[in-house]
Design a protein. Structure first.
Length: 244
């Protein structure tokens, strides 16, 4: 049976969602999801993933209504991008923050956005010099080991990158700060979809239900608002709850 603590988290999260408190609802429902997963409570998981998806979908849409800036990119090794300054200047919106051969500035932005419960999201990115100009690396997860900056070609850099990174040339990145619109939202969503696609595909290919759940959960760590991963998680959990 569902524990009282878990039941309480689910009820609070649902109320927060009904009151349009999307960041708070996501945090509460994510805590419930983690507890249910730890307890292998598949019945509760099956019922949790759809409201959790909705909280995250609404959170992303709210972020998309703010300012969109996808070129917060270091220009040189000495050009330090400070996470607190970025959050101060862009407390609401969608960002791509790239340090010089480092994702630390983007990680700082994510941590501060979570701590202050802001409708603010950023890709994890780093910039590298090449003989043909700078390229921007977008990584799927925080715990990656990145190469040091050296003036190698983009193809040479691609060969030493962690798996499933996106390598973007500067002309592929929309410049400047823009107010969020349907067009900017589509551009940002296209990047998220490219980033989570290999992880979603790998999860779909799993045969064991537990491995499948773990892989879908990893997909969500890459892209917190991946709707297909949430939907398929609910399906797998539902089948397990029924003894399938």
């Amino acid at each position: 049976m569902i524990s009282e603590v878990l039941q309480g988290l689910c009820e609070v999260g649902q109320r927060q969602l009904m009151h349009n408190e999307y960041v708070e609802a996501e945090r509460t429902l994510a805590a419930a999801e983690q507890q249910a997963w730890d307890e292998l409570d598949f019945d509760t998981l099956a019922r949790l993933y759809m409201p959790l998806q909705e909280a995250r979908r609404q959170r992303r849409q709210k972020c998309g209504e703010g300012r969109v800036c996808l070129d917060l990119i270091a220009n040189a090794p000495q050009d330090r991008i400070e996470g607190p300054r970025v959050v101060e200047n862009y407390p609401f919106g969608q960002l791509l923050v790239a340090g010089w051969a480092s994702i630390e500035p983007a990680k700082q932005v994510r941590q501060l956005a979570a701590a202050h419960r802001l409708y603010l999201e950023t890709f994890l990115a780093a910039v590298y010099p090449t003989p043909d100009g700078r390229v921007v690396l977008v990584v799927p997860e925080e715990d990656v080991s990145l190469p040091k900056a050296s003036r190698q070609t983009a193809d040479g850099l691609a060969r030493v990158l962690p798996p499933h990174c996106l390598l973007l040339r500067e002309h592929e990145i929309p410049p400047g700060v823009r107010q969020g619109t349907a067009q900017t939202y589509a551009q940002v969503m296209a990047l998220w979809e490219r980033l989570h696609a290999p992880f979603l595909k790998a999860a779909d290919a799993q045969r064991d239900p537990i491995s499948k759940i773990e892989s879908y959960r990893r997909t969500i760590r890459v892209d917190y608002a991946c709707e297909l991963a949430h939907q398929r998680l609910a399906e797998v959990a539902r089948a397990l709850a029924r003894g399938g």
